[in-house]
Design a protein around this ligand. Sequence first.
Ligand code: GDP
Length: 471
Amino acid sequence: AELIGQRPADIVRKLMDMGQMLTFNQPMNTEVALMIAEESGIRVDISVEKAGEELLEDLVSTEGEGRPEPRPPVVTIMGHVDHGKTSLLDAIRETKVAEGEAGGITQHIGAYTVTVRGKQVTFLDTPGHEAFTAMRARGAKVTDIVILVVAADDGVMPQTIEAIHHAKAAGVPLIVAMNKIDKPTANPDRVRNALSEHGLISEAWGGDTIMVEVSAKQKTGLDQLLEMILLQAEILELKADPHVLAKGAVVEAKLERGRGPVATVLIQSGTLHVGDVFVVGSFSGKVRALISHTGVKVEKAGPSIPVEVIGLPGVPSAGDVFQAVKDERAAREIAEDRARKQRAAELAGSGKVSLTDLFAKIQEGSVKELALVIKADVQGSSEALAAAIEKLPTELVKLRVIHNGVGGVTESDVLLAAASNAIIIGFNIRPETKASALAEKEGVDVRLYTIIYEALADIKAAMEGLLEPTL
Ligand code: GDP
């Protein structure tokens, strides 16, 4: 009323004529305000003040199309325990970092980059599918290529199969490194045969899985493995725009004496500079210094390059998104908004799918596919259950078994389910204590059965909205 020079009572009367019963100090919606103002011959411009993530989108959006350029591949090494993951990471680091970098001494910062024929490849230094999937469960998709290490003298083992399923669930291509080829007991053909039973058929046998024979111990086959990584990267046409504000993911973070909180960030797009303002998780700050994986201070880091960031106010979690923004006030607001949302989400539960609320989620359109992880006491049951589930008639929702295996529910199973928004079906087994706690924390639904028919009946009922809630 003040702005358009009218008496408040007159406006209230006009509002009443329009069917809006409002008093002096109640807010009115934009449309009504527009009508009142236009009636008095006043032109109105609407501007919306943004907050939180919306503000973030605005701050980091760049005009135009962007200029994506090729970027190095990011590689994670997976495989069964003792098959040589750590040895392979060390062998590549030792032989290749020295060639490409001045000094050549690497610091452990959670990732390193090697140069092959002028091209770079970045390796994540924490091997195993647990780390990979834990990052994914937090929303960070950093790995472009998985190297599956299989010891040629030992063959396909339970964690080999898990790794295949974890990589597949993430949609990440996989290259097999057949390790320990130096051993007299190595039998690569037997390994190739076993892998083919899990859908990995080598190129030599007419399939499309690249397999390379290596020895981490004698450092043989490494060049060929790196060549194959570069070849696969070329096929993937990996690109990122280095000209925008940096965005990345935390791969490691810790509190260090004398240096304070330190996080290794793998840059995924844009370029991070010393002095840049950033948001990471629910922290905001300004980059005081950047340190490379060879321990050298650098001024900036571009796509696919890991770099230690100094200048954080606290220790973020691995998998947290790191985003450079234009100004400090906005960074603070976004960080506070995130902390608020995180608290709200914690109060409201995780938002993950469960059998009980499956039907409601199908109805609201937020679930189109139900992913399942199946664990059973013996392989026969786990395979029978998986096959029966995939045969259930489905109209509204697609059923997809992303992993089935033998044994109790493990933390790795829970992480896979959390990252893929899946539920876990256990048959004649119990979850490990740690896995139960993690499932609770991550909001993953774990269902245990002793009769296959009952598991099938529950899934069917859940899809139709007929499942009785359990207490
Ligand atoms: P991880 O558990 O998969 O990380 O396996 P490690 O890298 O710790 O290796 C397990 C064991 O296998 C160690 O004793 C290594 O020395 C050995 N090893 C790793 N690679 C090779 C290899 O290429 N040849 C031989 N003979 N031994 C290897």
